[in-house]
Design a protein around this ligand. Structure first.
Ligand code: NAG
Ligand code: NAG
Ligand code: NAG
Ligand code: NAG
Ligand code: NAG
Ligand code: NAG
Ligand code: NAG
Length: 413
């Protein structure tokens, strides 16, 4: 052994020198490989660590255990078919979390009796027997539920001949009477009197002749009270009242509902165009897509459907005031006031844009007035018919040129 180890050490040293440690520590394969030449692959069913597989280089035994459903050194054996969650012991292959419902024994190979309620059982006496874990299904008794109740129509008996409860639809000490029913909708009746205590789904009343079809799943008490939610569109303890017609439907407890069962309010918003807790109020007409907030009716979304406030100009969603100025012929917070008719348009030297509108802010005419008019809004008559705003006299352009040229040149430099 010692000499073998020595050989290995010497060989390793040579390999290290020759390979410049290109493949990691000598003797250690890259993840996923094994064997003397690291030519064999580890089992793909080895548990991965950061997406890499590790196994013993000599034996191939998976280093970090097996993926679910497999066991053994190389994780190449399959766990028994009915192990709970497909989990079994790495070494023995026994189902370590127990069995799927309906099976028992260490390897979950035996089937529980159908007479067990839900077919559920656990093994006892070293798995030579089983006991039903949820009790017996109707008509059977005994630890393993293999004994049939002798009374016909008996649902539960303590021993074969003593009936505790009749099957649905029957009554009497020996369950030999059918429920007293005036319709065929009685599901369960009182043991001694035969009076109906439970109707078939969707019905109520002492004769089970009244419909509770608006209760979700037809589930109601014999008095007609809905046990769960109402179906879409209905509300109230009997689900026989209508929800407000513009409520948005929503899902509650896995059921599609329209409004709060108890108070009839629209709990999750309104159909487009409406607001209020009963969705009976109409959104402002200029809200985008007629969409407004359920509580206060304020338009939702950024841009008003304006035309009203300007041509698709962005406006404040609460008060409609135009956020980026008005289009050329209008002024005012909501751009609804026309510019004075005597305002001059922008200078012919400059192209018209929203920013050089004919009038601004408070209606001021930035490019001067028509002949015969004066004032910031050009609404005051002047006697001098030749008086054109100073802005448009030739000297104005001279001044502009003198001021602008050096400015432009300095910017261009
Ligand atoms: C290892 O793999 C190489 C390349 O596939 C092959 O040439 C060589 O024979 C293999 N060695 C063994 C021992 O299988
Ligand atoms: C595990 O794999 C190795 C290499 O493939 C093999 O030699 C060994 O026999 C396998 N062991 C089992 C228990 O299958
Ligand atoms: C709803 O059903 C109950 C019970 O049958 C009844 O008393 C009530 O009048 C009904 N209400 C409406 C609005 O139909
Ligand atoms: C609710 O109703 C919608 C449309 O009718 C349907 O697509 C959806 O599956 C329903 N959801 C539930 C939980 O019933
Ligand atoms: C709104 O602006 C668009 C493009 O700028 C134009 O085609 C349209 O005629 C304008 N509408 C009104 C009502 O001014
Ligand atoms: C509208 O709202 C904006 C922003 O909140 C505000 O600046 C502006 O003064 C308001 N305009 C009017 C007319 O109330
Ligand atoms: C003004 O508009 C004309 C035609 O649309 C265009 O050719 C020119 O470049 C514009 N001038 C300025 C200063 O924007």
């Amino acid at each position: 052994m010692a000499t073998f180890d020595l050989k290995v050490i010497v060989a390793c040293t040579i390999i290290i020198v020759l390979t410049h440690i290109q493949f990691g520590t000598c003797g250690e394969c890259l993840p996923g490989y094994m064997g003397n030449d690291c030519n064999d692959t580890c089992s793909v069913t080895c548990q991965t660590i950061n997406d890499d597989i590790y196994c013993d280089q000599i034996t191939g035994r998976c280093t970090y255990g097996c993926i679910d459903g497999t066991f053994g050194d190389n994780c190449t054996d399959q766990c028994p078919e009915h192990c709970k969650d497909m989990i079994c012991d790495r070494e023995s292959g026994e189902c370590s979390r127990g069995c799927e419902i309906g099976y028992y024994t260490d390897d979950c190979s035996k089937i529980c009796s159908k007479s067990c309620e839900n077919s559920a059982c656990v093994g006892i006496d070293g798995d030579s027997k089983f006991t039903c874990s949820d009790g017996c299904s109707e008509g059977f008794t005994g630890a393993d539920c293999s004994t049939p109740c002798l009374t016909p129509n008996c649902a539960m008996c303590t021993d074969a001949s003593t009936c505790e409860r009749c099957q649905k639809g029957f009554y009497g000490t020996t369950c030999d009477h059918t429920c007293k029913r005036r319709t065929s909708n009685c599901a369960e009746c009182e043991r001694s009197s035969g009076e109906c205590v439970q109707c078939m789904p969707g019905y109520f009343g002492s004769a089970c002749d009244q419909s509770c079809s608006n209760c979700y799943g037809g589930k109601c008490t014999i008095a007609g009270l809905c046990v769960e939610q109402c179906t879409k569109g209905y509300r109230g303890p009997f689900c026989n009242q209508s929800c407000p017609k513009n409520c948005e439907d929503y899902v509650l407890d896995g059921v599609n509902v329209t409004c709060n069962k108890a108070n009839g309010l629209c709990a999750r918003g309104c159909l487009k165009g409406f607001y209020g807790d009963k969705c009976n109020l109409v959104c402002p007409i200029n809200c985008p897509e007629s969409h407004c907030h359920q509580i206060d009716g304020v338009c939702m979304g950024e841009e008003c459907l304006n035309d009203h406030y300007g041509n698709k100009t962005i406006c404040d969603r609460y008060n409609g005031s135009c956020l980026y100025g008005c289009v050329s012929e209008w002024f005012g917070a909501v751009c609804m006031t026309p510019c004075g008719i005597n305002c001059l348009p922008v200078s012919p030297l400059v192209n018209r844009t929203a920013s050089n509108a004919k009038c601004k802010g408070s209606g001021r005419c930035p490019f001067g007035c028509q002949a015969g008019w004066k004032g910031v809004q050009c609404d005051i008559k002047t006697n001098d018919p030749t008086s054109i705003s100073r802005l448009f006299q030739p000297s104005f352009y001279g001044i502009v040129t003198i001021v602008l040229i050096p400015l432009v040149l300095s910017v261009l430099q």
